[in-house]
Every structure is written in C-alpha cells, then in structure tokens.
Design a protein around this ligand. Structure first.
Ligand SMILES: NC(=O)c1ccc[n+]([C@@H]2O[C@H](COP(=O)([O-])OP(=O)(O)OC[C@H]3O[C@@H](n4cnc5c(N)ncnc54)[C@H](OP(=O)(O)O)[C@@H]3O)[C@@H](O)[C@H]2O)c1
Length: 374
C-alpha cells in the first residue's frame, strides 16, 4: 500500500510570525508538505489573506506555486469542532503552532483560543505519526517579578496567572503548563520569542507591529527605561528560520528555547537612540532624555496626541503604559541553548533599524498602530 505523505502543519500564517515561518518553510522546499491552518472570515476562505500575507513577507510566485492544491486547513482554534477529526490532521508529522490572540486587551476569547484551542489541536493530532509539536510561547511568560535588569534563563519557571501584566502572557504560560501536564507524551518543544520587530530585508513593510512604540518613545524623548538599559528585540525572518530548524531537526538537546537576542545582540536604548536619530534625521534624545514612571505616561498625553494625530487616545495611552511596563523590566533573555545548537546569533536591532525607519516613512503612527489593534 502506498504510504500517506507526512505533512507539516503551520498555524498563524495569516499573521506576522506564522507568515514568516511559512515563507521560510517554502524556501526550504517544504511547499508540497505544508498545511496552513487558518480561519475563514466574512469574505469566506482565508486563501486570499494567506497568499497576500506570504507575498508581503517576501514569498515569490515560484515559492507559492510549490504549495500543494489542498494546502489550507480552514479552521478556527476557538471552535475545535472545526478541526477535530479533520482528515488533514491524520498525517501531520510536524507542527509549528504560532497562531494566537497576542493582544494586550482583555478580549474574553484569549483563553479559549490561546489555551483551549492549543490543547484541542494537540489532542487532535495522531500520536503515532507526530514527531514534533513546536509551541510558540512568549519569553514574557515568566512574568514581571524576576527583578529589574535580570538575565532570564531558559527554565520551566512560569508566572502564576495573577502575576502577569496582561491576560495574553498569562494565557501563553497556561498553555505551556497544560500541554506538559495533560499530554506528557506529546513530542513537545517550546520556543519563547522575546520581542519581534521588523524584518532584516523588508524592514517593517510586512508589519509595523510594536515598531511604532519605538518611534513614539523617541519623539517623546521620555520612556520608562534608562538610556543604558537593554532591549531584547529580534527580527521576524531570523526568528522564523530558527523556529523552522527547531521543528525539523531530528534531535534537539532541550525541549525549551528562548528565541532571543540574548546578551550578545540586545542593544541599549542609548545605541537605539543614536541609530534612530540618524535614520530620522533628528538630534539624538541623549542628554535631554527623561526616564519616567509608568504612571507618568499619562502626563505626556498632549504631546502624544501631536505625535499621533488621529490615533485612538485610549488605545495609545494604554499601549504606551503596557509597553512601558515591559520596557521598565529591562529583561534580557538568555539564548545559550540556541547558540549551543549551533544557531546563528540574532542580528542586533540597530543593524536593520534604519531600514525599518525607511519602510515606515510616510505611514502615520495611527496607521502603524493598527497592526497591534486588529
Ligand atoms: N510579535 C511578538 O513580538 C511576539 C513575541 C513573543 C511571542 N509571540 C508569539 O508569536 C505568535 C505569533 O504572533 P504574531 O505577532 O505573529 O501575531 P499576529 O500577527 O497577530 O498573528 C496571529 C495569528 O494567529 C491567528 N489566529 C488568531 N486567532 C485564531 C483562531 N481563533 N483560529 C485560527 N487562527 C487564529 C491569526 O489569524 P487571523 O489572521 O485570522 O486573525 C494570525 O494568523 C503568537 O503565538 C505570539 O504569542 C509574538
């Protein structure tokens, strides 16, 4: 009897990271094996959104043509009946599960999609066929109590639900916990990215998510961190290639990895300032920079309204306060495990930041913010 071809499932390919992972997989020759789980919308099938997103993230016609006929698994993680028992899942050998609601809001669907949907997907796969389930978590699953300026090690330590800054990071921690507890035989590997901003070749043209926060902070000349604090940012294409390697390498040393800049590639706010100033053709914030407390951000509101005309004031303030809360922690996420697997270090944010500025030119802050408030 002919063997059923083993498939490679990627979720979240209409989004930033999942889309970049799908492009990396196409480039590595996995086109025929790919199944992309994506949800339909009022317009119907997600096909058009998927193709547009993969193109935005650099996929060529030839790469898109390498996808099989039935590469879409139309399903909603918030409605497990849409994928449970689906014939496409019977031959899934590898999974990169990047889909989630990564919102900082209190959307009541967060636990349903990020936790229950993840568990339901893992349960729906065929244990005798599945070789790896790569869960994309978040480095911030450790919560905000590790101590300002801490180097966060790759441990199973996760913050309790009440100790998270937002329900989103709590849900990612909860999904990790439940995967380990409820599916002890799942070939699970957890990958926790730090902060993903831009693309080394495409700048922020595929997504301005989070990038606008740096611009607003720079224009304000004030934020919640010191100039000598570090920020752990990685580009989406490097992150996608690392995830692909973690999903496809037969043997890994560990089952939990930070996908982070770590000590060697994190950059200081001062270095960011210098590069941003040149790219924006303005003077550096340098000596005029003020570190402010999270509660003081509200006092910068009138200036923020000048910087971001047309932006929803409530969202702008809440986002700056929340990102301010994360920035204040000054965490760097250790990446020794990745490095000891022989993977390259992340390009530092400053190395591709000018390209991010260039590709954001002419796009208002209000429009850039839409990537984070879809
Ligand atoms: N961006 C970062 O800085 C960062 C940092 C650490 C970890 N991560 C993790 O990386 C992953 C991807 O994040 P991202 O920044 O790429 O987010 P994103 O651009 O918002 O993409 C999220 C993806 O999840 C899909 N999704 C959401 N709800 C779904 C549902 N009910 N059923 C099926 N698919 C659903 C979205 O599909 P639709 O297009 O249909 O909405 C989209 O494809 C997430 O797991 C996030 O936790 C991101």
């Amino acid at each position: 009897m002919a063997q059923v071809p083993r498939t490679f499932l990627i979720t979240g390919a209409t989004g930033f990271l999942g889309g970049a992972v799908a492009v990396a997989a196409l480039r590595s020759g996995y086109g025929h094996q790919l199944r992309l789980l994506a949800r339909g919308s009022a317009e119907g099938s997600p096909r058009k959104r998927l193709i547009e997103n993969l193109r935005r993230l650099g996929a060529t016609n030839a790469e898109l043509h390498s996808l099989g006929e039935d590469f879409i698994l139309e399903a909603d993680l918030g409605a497990p009946a849409s994928f449970e028992g689906h014939p496409s899942l019977a031959c899934v050998e590898r999974v990169i599960h990047a889909a989630a609601l990564p919102t900082f809001s209190n959307n009541p669907a967060i636990p349903t999609v990020n936790v229950d949907g993840t568990l339901a997907l893992a349960h729906a796969l065929t244990p005798s066929v599945l070789k790896r389930f790569l869960f994309v978590g978040t480095a911030m699953a450790v919560g905000p109590s590790m101590g300002r300026g801490a180097l966060i090690e790759e441990t199973d330590q996760l913050a309790e639900r009440h100790d998270h800054l937002v329900p989103y990071t709590a849900s990612k921690a909860e999904a990790e916990r439940r995967l380990r507890l409820e599916l002890p035989d799942l070939p699970l590997v957890i990958a926790r990215p730090s902060i993903i901003v831009g693309h080394t070749e495409l700048g922020v043209s595929p997504s301005q998510s989070i990038f606008w926060v740096f611009l607003v902070g720079h224009m304000l000349g004030a934020f919640t961190c010191d100039l000598e604090d570090s920020i752990d940012v990685v580009p989406v294409d490097w992150c996608a290639n690392v995830l692909l390697t973690l999903a496809t390498r037969e043997v890994l040393e560990h089952d939990l990895y930070h996908i982070s800049a770590g000590k060697e590639s994190s950059v200081t706010i001062s270095a960011l300032d210098q590069v941003l100033a040149v790219a924006r053709r303005v003077a550096p914030m340098a000596a005029n920079y003020r570190r402010i407390g999270g509660s003081e951000i509200v006092r910068t509101m009138s200036r923020m309204r000048e910087i971001a005309p047309g932006a929803n004031r409530r969202l702008l303030l809440r986002a700056m306060q929340l990102y301010g809360g994360f920035a204040e922690l000054n965490y760097v996420f250790d990446n020794n495990r990745l490095r000891s697997e022989g993977m390259s270090a992340s390009p530092p944010f400053t190395s591709y930041l000018p390209h991010c500025v260039e590709t954001a030119r002419g796009i208002s802050i209000a429009d850039q913010m839409k990537w984070d408030f879809k």
